[in-house]
Design a protein around this ligand. Structure first.
Ligand SMILES: Cc1cc2nc3c(=O)[nH]c(=O)nc-3n(C[C@H](O)[C@H](O)[C@H](O)COP(=O)(O)OP(=O)(O)OC[C@H]3O[C@@H](n4cnc5c(N)ncnc54)[C@H](O)[C@@H]3O)c2cc1C
Length: 381
């Protein structure tokens, strides 16, 4: 009997893992299927450009089927509950589906409702819909106070709000409304964002570009009528335009299955990426509780050790220790505005030392944006 391998979620982690598995497993030894709630694969880093009219929605979302190998099955359905004792996933339409090996790749989900007033009072760029709405708002913006902030930790792609504010500064300057605009960046931390070396690089750039940095601001609520952002620390920030990153949560299916922590994140072994306390279940990408960036690049690297462990199990051999171990690798390009960018590379043992911003990394990021569809979800690069 071929082994049944089920991958929940067809985003970066899920599509890449499924394609790599199908390529590496001996013919006829297993059936690999992906379950995805939408049947679409979305390139989320593009939301950043969409907000400034530099990308369109069609470029950012593709039919998931077109990114999966022919020998990977696709079920477009929503997983409702995982029964790890019976090794069954309950799908909304199809009902129970059994597995021998399960990979959970259900990403992170925006929880606008957990901050009172956020939905009514603030814009965002963390979903396709929000980024499209923000693009229209920015086109019409004629000056005032703009607040860019983070309304809850953890959130995916820690550099993205910083990239956004730097691109916003350039956008407003080029539109001729910068001198009528005050830009404030609200960070819940004691620095710009999570990565210390990159924050040290960014702080003087903020100063030079006249972006106000407000640290230790934990956003509690938004008052859409008074146009104010209120913090847990008792501060009030008036705004004409607020762009906030909503708090994130793990997928409902994780909580409904009793597998997650309070935030709905899966307790995951940092090297093997096995979900702790259950057999034959792996977690990849945003859905883990690992203390590293929730980013596509994290999912990209995590796919390989998971694939090695599952292929070894199907082949009845021990996994190759080096190949089966995730070392915390992450690599992200980081836009700095004015056609400059840097790159952040690190792992569990080596903190990042980003190089001086340059046009080279900006071009590399754009090259990657284009090449993504051909290589990353397909597991080719
Ligand atoms: C504005 C922005 C900029 C970013 N920039 C970068 C960047 O420059 N570099 C970088 O590396 N990362 C970046 N990211 C982060 C990156 O997009 C995510 O971290 C990455 O997509 C996570 O991959 P994933 O596979 O875990 O989840 P996702 O890609 O989000 O995929 C999850 C999939 O699971 C499916 N799903 C969810 N629940 C269920 C269910 N119950 N049943 C079935 N299917 C389900 C969804 O439909 C979805 O297809 C950015 C994100 C944003 C929002």
């Amino acid at each position: 009997m071929p082994a049944e391998i089920l991958v929940l979620g067809g985003g970066v982690g899920g599509s890449r893992t499924a394609n790599l598995l199908a390529r590496q497993l001996p013919a006829g030894s297993a059936r690999v299927r992906v379950v995805d709630a939408t049947g679409l694969h979305v390139y989320q880093p593009g939301f950043l450009y969409l907000a400034f009219g530099q990308a369109n929605g069609g470029w950012l979302a593709r039919d998931l089927r077109s990114l999966l190998r022919r020998d990977v099955g696709l079920i477009v359905d929503r997983a409702r509950r995982i029964d790890t004792d019976a090794k069954v996933v309950h799908l909304e339409q199809e009902g129970p589906v059994g597995y021998d090996h399960l990979v959970i790749a259900t990403g992170s989900h925006l929880d606008h409702a957990s901050v009172p007033g956020l939905t009514q009072g603030a814009h965002g760029f963390y979903s396709l819909k929000d980024a499209e709405r923000l693009r229209e708002e920015l086109r019409a913006f004629q000056g005032g106070t703009v607040i860019v902030g983070i309304a809850g930790m953890p959130y995916k792609c820690p550099p993205a709000p910083v990239e956004f504010v730097l691109l916003l500064e350039e956008y407003l300057r080029k539109r001729g409304v910068r001198d009528r605009t005050t830009i404030k960046f609200l960070s819940p931390l004691n620095r710009v964002f999570t990565i210390e070396s990159a924050s040290q690089m960014v702080a003087p750039i903020f100063e030079q570009k006249g972006i106000e940095l407000h640290t230790f601001v934990n956003i509690e609520s938004v008052d859409p009528d008074k146009r104010q952002v209120l913090s847990l620390e008792g501060e009030t920030f008036d705004y004409d335009l607020a762009v906030l990153v909503p708090p994130h949560r793990g997928a409902d299916v994780i909580t409904a299955s009793g597998l997650g922590d309070r935030g709905g994140w899966l307790p995951t072994d940092r090297h093997s990426l096995r979900v702790e306390g259950v057999d034959d279940v792996y977690a990849i990408g945003d859905c883990t509780d690992l203390p590293i960036s929730k980013s596509g690049s994290t999912a990209h690297y995590e796919a390989h050790p998971i694939v090695e462990q599952i292929v070894a199990a199907v082949e009845g051999r021990a996994p190759e220790p080096k190949k089966a171990r995730y070392e915390g690798q992450v690599m992200c390009f980081f836009e700095m505005g004015d056609r400059k960018a840097t790159i952040i590379r690190f792992d569990y043992d080596h903190p990042p030392g980003p190089p001086k911003p340059s046009v080279v990394w900006h071009l590399a990021k754009w090259g990657f944006n284009r090449a993504y569809w051909y290589f990353v979800p397909r597991g080719i690069f």
